[in-house]
Design a protein around this ligand. Structure first.
Ligand SMILES: NC(=O)c1ccc[n+]([C@@H]2O[C@H](COP(=O)([O-])OP(=O)(O)OC[C@H]3O[C@@H](n4cnc5c(N)ncnc54)[C@H](OP(=O)(O)O)[C@@H]3O)[C@@H](O)[C@H]2O)c1
Length: 252
């Protein structure tokens, strides 16, 4: 059952040059949404916008480093200047940097937090006042399915995503009274440049991921976890006591 129609909505997408962000932009343009795309690669953004614009769909873009609060503020301002509103923001910008113990570095943790956590928090800070005024809006952030237990070497990525999952849940509870939806997207493995476009059993394509995400938004879901065949084993292993969990993780 559809809770929300996407056609004619204004959608802001961060990380629009990436695997999931680009697939979402393409699908949203096909659904008749007007787009505001951001990322750091100017040429790619311009090219994507040019491809997606047509007589029914407007597309604008702005370069933005999401780790820089001022740039996020300017990005939101520009989107409101052009369209007068943002109905939906889908925040996909993120990085995956491993941080093995032998070369452990707080810099990697800080950089991951700045992009994966604060890169979303800054958008909340600058979008929410507009959305409270409008008494409507949707902000969907992309966390990860693996946001509850650790993987060896992934302390930077997973701690930034765990923080994002919790913060977005807190904000979701508060935002309801302003008719603002906050959605936490929790993908399993998706074939994109982030995981070197890995293919293989169980890995979904960026296009499939985008379809599932948009379905979840249309249905008004609070948390969009996918694909189901990855969700089930991950959520079972989340419940394991540390001794069993460590044994299982040591096999990977
Ligand atoms: N692929 C997976 O298996 C998987 C699984 C779980 C969660 N996720 C999450 O899904 C989201 C999308 O990832 P993806 O797989 O599509 O990866 P991707 O292809 O590497 O795309 C990442 C996007 O983030 C943007 N980005 C990175 N740092 C940025 C910064 N400082 N400022 C602005 N934009 C920045 C990149 O754009 P520019 O380089 O142009 O800035 C790019 O558009 C990420 O948050 C990721 O953590 C992915």
């Amino acid at each position: 059952m559809k809770h929300k129609e996407l056609k004619d909505r204004v959608v802001l997408i961060s990380g629009a040059t990436g695997g999931i962000g680009k697939a979402l932009s393409t699908l949203l343009a096909e659904r008749g949404c007007n787009l505001f795309l951001c990322g750091r690669k100017e040429e790619q953004l311009t090219e994507i916008c040019k491809t997606l614009s047509n007589k029914d769909v407007r597309c604008f873009s702005k370069t933005c480093d999401v780790a820089n609060e001022k740039e996020v503020e300017k990005t939101v301002e520009k989107a409101y200047k052009i369209y007068g509103k943002v109905d939906i923001a889908i925040l996909t910008a993120g990085i995956l940097m491993k941080n093995p113990l032998e070369k452990f570095s707080s810099k990697i943790i800080k950089e991951s937090m700045m992009i994966n956590f604060f890169g979303n928090i800054y958008f909340f800070e600058h979008l929410v006042p507009h959305m409270i005024k409008a008494n409507s809006g949707t902000i969907a952030v992309v966390s990860t399915l693996a946001d509850q237990r650790g993987y060896a070497g992934w302390s930077a990525y997973q701690s930034s995503k765990a923080a994002l999952s919790i913060a977005s849940e807190c904000l979701r509870l508060e935002a309801k009274k302003h008719n603002i939806e906050v959605i936490t997207i929790k993908p399993g493995n998706v074939s994109t440049p982030m995981i070197q476009n890995q293919k293989g059993m169980g890995i979904v394509s960026a296009e499939k991921a985008a379809t599932i995400i948009l379905q979840g938004i249309e249905q008004g879901r609070e948390i969009i976890s996918f694909p189901l065949h990855q969700v089930i084993p991950v959520r079972i292993s989340d419940k394991l006591p540390a001794k069993f969990y460590d044994k299982i993780r040591s096999l990977f």
